[in-house]
Design a protein around this ligand. Sequence first.
Ligand SMILES: [Zn+2]
Length: 234
Amino acid sequence: MRVLAITAHPDDMEFMCAGTLLKCKQRGDEVFVCTVNNGNMGHLEIMPDELAEIRRAEAQRACDLAGFTYLYCDIGDLCSYYQSKEQKDILVDIIRQANPDLMIIPDPDDYMCDHVAASKLAFDAAFSATVPHYVTKYPAIDNITPIYYMSTAAGVNFHPTEYVDITDVYEKKLEMLHCHESQEVWLRDHDHVDYTRECRVLAEFYGLHCKATYAEAFRPCLVSHRLRSYRVLP
Ligand SMILES: [Zn+2]
């Protein structure tokens, strides 16, 4: 299978679905990760242009550790708008390049605008990518793929129905998260969060749901053409 995870910011993937993507890799899937926003506002001291570079390098390093292909849209933080055709078309081309059999995208009901916009842009782009007369740089793909929503931040108001036991890849997930060194500082100073703890608590919480030590949780996008009679998550 070909799996594409789309998130708003660099480091969202590591919190919400890195373990699942590592399990996909284990079963032989090709894994693509795309960040919509470049993370340029995520620091109190480092200025946006410099930070965007740093965060792209951090995300690349995490993907390299896992053997994932890293793609990005390079839209500034707080500047993604789900009604922007220009931004949707960037994602259409990402999806056309990855040609996925499974997509994992942010939940549309998350805590901040970039996550919401990334979710809606990804959902809209996923259908447009399959339409041959919708012209962008890359040709249309055939596949109307299953879409799964990843957990909201800290799991608030998220009601999962599918779980992936990530116990055997948890250390790797953590190693990937720690590639985002700039965010350890930002999340501490701005959100008063210890990012290692947040990652562990969420994985333990979802593990508790499904009798695993560590798990990640998802819910399917329940729309026509995107459901399958077999399990697509690992
Ligand atoms: Zn984020």
